[in-house]
Each structure stands twice: as structure tokens, then as C-alpha cells.
Write a protein that binds this ligand. Structure first.
Ligand SMILES: [Zn+2]
Length: 231
């Protein structure tokens, strides 16, 4: 009998940079004034986009050895496809999660993980640090593992930047993106990289070197969890 080799579907991770062209997300202010960096207004959208781009590169650069690829799903929020949304209309988030997952499945990919990137913003400027959300109890372990690595290894000038200041850094929450991913059978996590409303966190969130470090830590851990090392 002929032996038929069915290729295993390539595993793929969706990185979802929160917010979009018409939705900047958190726009921090200090003393009532907007904050600028390199003459550009600081917004959550730009920060998560930069980190997402670096993550995609990190994972794709390693995809030959790890059998894991990354897609930044620009349909989700940011990028060309966002223009298709009617002006003033908030995109249907559930659809924005479903469309790329279905498309990737049709292309023969196995979507193993969906991660959303955001920054926190609150009134109290002393609230600091990263927070990770999950919905499906099966995803709690992965959420904890990634947040732990992020806290331990996002180190700048010898200092852990986003670690140890929150009492509950990992929480279960029914965020729509997480619930939708669960319905599609995709593991999912949602990270608030830090507080843009905190002057201390913000200093690092807008720092290009720190953004690269954040991306490197997050993608290394995702590769660690999901990649089959090539034989
Ligand atoms: Zn956000």
C-alpha cells in the first residue's frame, strides 16, 4: 500500500495590535497637555503597532528553525484593510477576529494562538506595570507564562520595568476578542504592556529600544510554547 504523507499544517500566530487608523486608543496627557515624542503625539496605537511589527519579524526570522510563523492581522484594526470600514463606524470586533482566522485556515494554517496588544490608561498616574487577560481557563497557564517572562526579562539599564507592582497581573476577563477566539478554538491572551498614564511606564513604552526588547521577550516565549523545533 502506498504510503501517503500528509503535510502537517503550519502553525501560525496572530498578533493583534489594538486600535486603528481612526482609533488611537489611549492618548496620554500630562498637566492637561498632550505628550509628544520626536514631535509625534504619543498614542497607544503607535506603540502597540511598533511592538507588533517587531514581534512579527522576530517570529518570522525564526520560522525556518521553529516551524512557526506569524501574521500581523492588519484586518483586525490597523492598516490598509481598516479603510474599508465605513467612516465613524466602529469595526465589529468579533468579525475582525473571525475573518483572518478563517482565511488562514483556508490557506492550510493551524492558528494556534491569538495575542492582542494594548496599553493601559487610568486617572491615577501611579498605577503601573503590565497586565495579562485570558478567558478560557485552558489558556491561563500560557497567559501566566508569557506575563512572567515579560516581567522578568523586559530589563532596561539592569532594571525590570514592568514587574512586581500589580497585585493581580494575570486576570480572567470576558473580553470580546478572547471570547471570540475561544469560539474559534484558538488559544488567546490579551496583554496591557504597561500604563501609558504612568510617567514611569510611559518613558519605557515609548522607548524604541524597550519596544524591541518587549517584542523579543514576547515572541521568544511564544516560540518557546508553540514551535516544533525543526529536526
Ligand atoms: Zn487598548
Amino acid at each position: 500500500m502506498a504510503h501517503v504523507i500528509v503535510p502537517k499544517p503550519r502553525k501560525i500566530v496572530i498578533i493583534n495590535p489594538g486600535h486603528g487608523r481612526k482609533d488611537p486608543g489611549c492618548v496620554p496627557k500630562e498637566n492637561g497637555e498632550h505628550i509628544f515624542y520626536n514631535e509625534k503625539m504619543v498614542t497607544e496605537r503607535e506603540i502597540v503597532w511598533e511592538v507588533s511589527k517587531h514581534m512579527k519579524k522576530e517570529i518570522n526570522d525564526n520560522s525556518m528553525e521553529t516551524n512557526l510563523e506569524a501574521a500581523i492581522s492588519v484586518q483586525l484594526m490597523y492598516g490598509e484593510d481598516y479603510e474599508h470600514d465605513s467612516p465613524g463606524e466602529r469595526p465589529d470586533l468579533a468579525e475582525k477576529v473571525k475573518i483572518p482566522v478563517k482565511k488562514l485556515n483556508e490557506q492550510g494554517y493551524d492558528v494556534v494562538f491569538h495575542i492582542s496588544l494594548h496599553c493601559d490608561c487610568v486617572e491615577n498616574p501611579s498605577a503601573e506595570d503590565a497586565t495579562m487577560y485570558y478567558w478560557d481557563p485552558n489558556d491561563e497557564k500560557i497567559a501566566r507564562q508569557i506575563l512572567m517572562k515579560y516581567g522578568e526579562n523586559v530589563v532596561m539599564n539592569g532594571e525590570q520595568i514592568f514587574f512586581g507592582k500589580r497585585s493581580q497581573p494575570v486576570q480572567q476577563r470576558g473580553l470580546k476578542v478572547l471570547v471570540t477566539a475561544k469560539q474559534l478554538g484558538v488559544a488567546a491572551a490579551y496583554i496591557e504592556l504597561g500604563f501609558l498614564s504612568s510617567p514611569l511606564d510611559r518613558k519605557w513604552l515609548i522607548d524604541p529600544e524597550c519596544q524591541k526588547r518587549m517584542a523579543w521577550v514576547l515572541s521568544s516565549e511564544i516560540i518557546n510554547i508553540y514551535a516544533d523545533k525543526a529536526v
